[in-house]
Design a protein around this ligand. Structure first.
Ligand SMILES: [Fe+2]
Length: 131
């Protein structure tokens, strides 16, 4: 099942919401390629695009974290780092050993949970900070 963007996923910062929508589209494109048997396209075209976009997106979020967020910024960056390392470790494996279904399930679950908990907390703290 592809991920669908709904307002529930909105954190109230337009730039970030748009990037999250783009990430969802890339994950869905990966799933569509996998589902239609285009494994090579999934691994050589969609996955590199997705991992490059993830880095760009994390940098956008991290640039928004004021110093005063302290504890949050540290935890949030660590989550980004763990995710990036997991995806990079996977990409460095021999392609025939990559379990795409498992990867797609991980990406979806991680992204939704991260948005709902951590990114929303960031948005709340930014709003509170600007008051
Ligand atoms: Fe984040």
């Amino acid at each position: 099942m592809p991920l669908t963007w709904t307002n529930t996923l909105s954190i109230g910062i337009r730039q970030i919401d748009l990037q999250h929508q783009e990430l969802i589209e890339l994950i869905n494109a990966l799933e569509a390629a996998h589902a239609s048997g285009q494994r090579q396209a999934a691994l050589e075209e969609v996955l590199p695009k997705l991992s490059a976009y993830v880095l760009f997106h994390f940098a956008t979020e991290e640039a928004m974290m004021p110093r005063t967020l302290g504890d949050h910024a540290e935890r949030h960056r660590l989550q980004h780092q763990v995710f990036t390392e997991r995806v990079e470790a996977l990409r460095s494996m021999p392609p025939e050993r990559i379990d795409l279904a498992e990867l797609i399930a991980y990406l979806k679950q991680w992204l939704v949970e991260h948005i709902m908990k951590t990114d929303r907390e960031l948005a709340r703290l930014i709003a509170a900070n600007s008051r």
